[in-house]
Design a binder for this molecule. Structure first.
Ligand SMILES: NC(=O)C1=CN([C@@H]2O[C@H](COP(=O)(O)OP(=O)(O)OC[C@H]3O[C@@H](n4cnc5c(N)ncnc54)[C@H](O)[C@@H]3O)[C@@H](O)[C@H]2O)C=CC1
Ligand SMILES: O=C(O)[C@@H]1CCC=N1
Length: 268
């Protein structure tokens, strides 16, 4: 059946080069959707073992990427150039680069494939990825791929540094905030497992509400705050704290680092 789908062109062949945290998350996420034939490529045998039950093929041979419709590069930024030097892609292939700070032009200058730059995040694994993608080089095939594992925003490449901070690094900031809520729950007497479940599910539910509900965030906060109730007291404490500043500082620091990284990847 797989062979039929491949020969009829209803299956998109995706090669993922670099199957660590991010490449592995994409591979795991694609396993839950139909229509993708995934080849996992990595030099580290342990990385291939970790994804072998989620991919159709695993190999340490990057030339396997010649068979793909879409080639995803998910190696560390410093390795992108050497990976591209060893790849010989065709003009009818699409190369998706995940590397932070590496410009689309830097990659495009080193391959015949058509290039699109994406800033993904780890939630690809559960189909909840938030990704930013450059308008330049974007095809419906890539839109479908990103849509298969989450939501995406099409942005001008000049916005990639801020996107890297907000949605690329963002999961780490959210994990940190969930942990703070969990710790407060434990301090109040909940078991660690209960506190983690309640805190994480609360963030998940709140995020889902923001995405689906037409009300503004301020209106949603109001909906939780009963007059003379509990939330209003908590919100007073939160508004008087430095919480907003801390989040802004985290995003600004990550954005700044993305710009610094970019300076190392220029052909000028
Ligand atoms: N980790 C994350 O949450 C995110 C990462 N990214 C980007 O994704 C890229 C990968 O990051 P991570 O997955 O965190 O790194 P990682 O270190 O977890 O994974 C990189 C993988 O590349 C493999 N690799 C190294 N050289 C290779 C080669 N020549 N050929 C094939 N495979 C090779 C390594 O063995 C490793 O398994 C980076 O460019 C990063 O900026 C983007 C958004 C989020
Ligand atoms: O920390 C990093 O550099 C990568 C890019 C965004 C998330 N992780």
């Amino acid at each position: 059946m797989l062979l039929n789908a491949l020969s009829q062109g209803t299956m998109t062949r995706v090669s993922v080069i670099g199957c660590g945290n991010m490449g592995g998350a994409l591979i795991r996420g694609l396993r839950s959707v139909d229509g993708y034939h995934v080849t996992a490529i990595d030099l580290d045998p342990a990385a291939l073992v970790a994804v072998e039950s989620f991919a159709e093929e695993t190999t340490d041979d990057a030339s396997a990427a010649r068979e793909a419709d879409i080639v995803v590069i998910a190696v560390k930024p410093s390795i992108v150039e050497s990976v591209l030097a060893d790849l010989d892609l065709r003009a009818d292939q699409t190369l998706v680069t995940f590397a932070a700070g590496v410009s689309r032009g830097f990659v495009a200058a080193r391959t015949d494939a058509s290039v699109v730059r994406v800033m993904p995040n780890l939630a690809a694994e559960t189909g909840n990825m938030a990704a930013a993608v450059t308008e330049e080089g974007l095809t419906d095939e890539v839109r479908d791929l990103l849509g298969a594992v989450g939501e995406y925003a099409e942005v001008d490449e000049s916005l990639m540094d801020i996107a890297t901070a907000v949605n690329g690094s963002g999961p780490a900031f959210a994990f940190y905030l969930i942990d703070a809520m969990k710790t407060a729950g434990i301090d109040g007497g909940l078991e660690p497992e209960q506190a983690e479940r309640l805190a994480a599910q609360t963030f998940k539910g709140a995020a889902e509400t923001v995405l689906r509900d037409d009300r503004t965030v301020d209106e949603l906060i109001d909906a939780v705050c009963s007059p003379k109730g509990t939330t209003i007291e908590g919100m007073k404490a939160l508004r008087e704290s430095d919480a907003d500043d801390g989040v802004v500082e985290a995003v600004v620091a990550a954005e700044r680092r993305s710009r610094e990284l970019a300076e190392a990847f220029t052909d000028e």
